[in-house]
Design a protein around this ligand. Sequence first.
Ligand SMILES: N[C@@H](CCC(=O)N[C@@H](CS)C(=O)NCC(=O)O)C(=O)O
Length: 203
Amino acid sequence: MMKLFYSGTSPYARIARISAGVCDVDHAGGHIASAQLRTDENPVLQYNCTGRVPTLVDGDTIVTETRAVCRYLEHVGNGAKLFAYAGEWPAEQFENTAMSLLDGCALWAREYRRDEALQSDWLVGVERNRANRCLDWFEAQPGIQSGDAPWDFAHIVLFAALDYQELRGLLPDWRDTRPNLANWHAAQLQRTSVIENANIGDP
Ligand SMILES: N[C@@H](CCC(=O)N[C@@H](CS)C(=O)NCC(=O)O)C(=O)O
């Protein structure tokens, strides 16, 4: 069976896990401990020199990087479309902005894992400002305002970014000025693909 390598709280891997759920793709044996990720014992290194999750191994096929992993899952899945918006540039912009928000939050959270004396106030400030600007932008997006946005790759990325910043306590008051986004996020928490692919502990 296909192996999807993931750690239990990686937001990138969570996008892939949720996408596998949406596309009804079974996978097994890829859950690894977070602490293993950045060691020589990281099992991902057998397949992917970056060592990052998600990494997907299906027979001889190795797929790395979240977007490509999800394109593969769509390709082998049950017909559910994650990228129906390909070539629609406003929707592509939504996806790219969500991924950039997540990249910033991941860097910010990584900074908080360093020794406190080494942490950069400058870096934290840059990422806090970026995240706030992005959340304001998403708050004003039509599908977020109406609440009827599709559950596709772009929106799964936004969900994972919001949930991750919450998990790490990056913007504790993010809901206060963003009712549309808060409602949209709360609604996504009810989805089966989200519930079945929650943040989890180490195996
Ligand atoms: N650009 C990558 C980012 C994936 C990523 O950074 N994953 C983190 C976990 S959240 C990871 O594997 N970190 C291990 C490391 O940095 O060595 C993607 O889109 O998949």
